[in-house]
Design a protein around this ligand. Structure first.
Ligand code: SF4
Length: 318
């Protein structure tokens, strides 16, 4: 994950909950991608280190266990850039220009000047991030499959040029529930439409009051269509047992949207209460978080340096 802002409910349901489960079945490496953050935030990188610490706190509060998995920062393991450099020499520009997520990111982050050499090459760094650990699998969403295909293309080209070092990486596709932002668009840090894991009750209340609802329900007496309302999707995910009651009061126009939004704010606050408490406690002792990241970098660095020795020998640099 790129440390470019607060983690939100979309991260929790779209990734973190799944990562927590994966820890008991796999040897996991979880990386805070600060080099990738710098690629888009190069004009003002002042917040990257703060976001890095907060990201680690959010992960741990959400259940990522540093005793089971390596939690580390990309720039703390120098081999990422070394492998990136080696790959950069032979990756054709056309592969990068065609990458669909590159185009999507350019659109999403249109307020930044990202027609840069570094940003075009971010899938190459991403390939290095994955291949450095000789990963068997990477948990991804469907939209990230092209990245993994590109990673496999890069691995194949390396193997052809220098000898077989890398194996094929498989996607670990998990069905994750989709949660839209408060404006009904994809929840994203760049759109500022998210509910953060660390948001206070007050902030959650304010955000819920701004949420988009069923556009056909204008007056209190209008019967609603919960299936077309973003709030109902939230209830379904966060308090499934209560969702049928919401469906009923909405469809029969027994409760207005204002009250429904207030109820939802309470549901979200309760849901995030434990995470918020753990997160606050962790952030009071940042040196503990730094120690965890240091341990993670040592663990990751050991695996990374083994791969780099193999790579350098294959290329002829050792
Ligand atoms: Fe949405 Fe609730 Fe209003 Fe129904 S009552 S339209 S679920 S906000």
């Amino acid at each position: 994950m790129r440390p470019t802002g607060p983690l939100h409910l979309g991260h929790l349901f779209g990734a973190l909950d799944n990562w927590v489960k994966l820890q008991s079945e796999h040897d996991c490496f979880f990386m805070i991608a600060d080099w990738h953050a710098l690629m888009s935030e190069y004009e003002d990188p002042s917040k990257i280190s703060q976001h890095t610490i907060e990201c680690a706190a959010d992960w741990i509060a959400a259940g990522i266990d540093h005793e089971k998995s390596a939690i580390f920062v990309q720039s703390h393991v120098k081999e990422h850039l070394e492998l990136y450099m080696i790959f950069s020499n032979f990756v054709p520009l056309g592969w990068l220009e065609r990458c669909p997520t590159y185009k999507e990111q350019l659109r999403e982050l249109s307020s930044r000047q990202l027609h840069t050499y570094g940003f075009l090459g971010y899938p190459v760094l991403q390939a290095a991030d994955i291949l450095l650990y000789k990963a068997d699998a990477v948990p991804v969403g469907k939209d990230q499959i092209p990245h993994l295909e590109l990673t496999n293309d890069i691995a194949e080209k390396f193997n052809k040029l220098y000898g077989s070092v890398f194996s094929e990486i498989k996607p670990l596709l998990t069905k994750t529930p989709k949660l839209l932002g408060i404006d009904g668009k994809k929840m994203s840090k760049s759109y500022g439409n998210f509910i953060a894991l660390g948001d206070s009750e007050e902030a959650i209340k304010k955000k819920c009051s701004q949420m988009f609802t069923d556009p056909k329900r204008i007056k209190l007496i209008d019967k609603g269509h919960p299936d077309q309302c973003n709030l109902y999707a939230y209830y379904n995910l966060l308090k499934r047992g209560y969702a049928s009651e919401v469906y009923d009061y909405c469809a029969k126009a027994h409760v207005g949207c204002k009250e429904c939004k207030k109820n939802l704010a309470g549901v979200i606050s309760d849901y995030l209460s434990d995470i918020r408490k753990k997160r606050e406690k962790l952030l009071k002792n940042k040196s503990d978080i730094r120690d965890i990241l240091k341990d993670g970098a040592e663990k990751a660095g050991k695996a990374a340096s083994e791969t780099m020795s193999e790579v350098k020998k294959a290329v002829g640099l050792l």
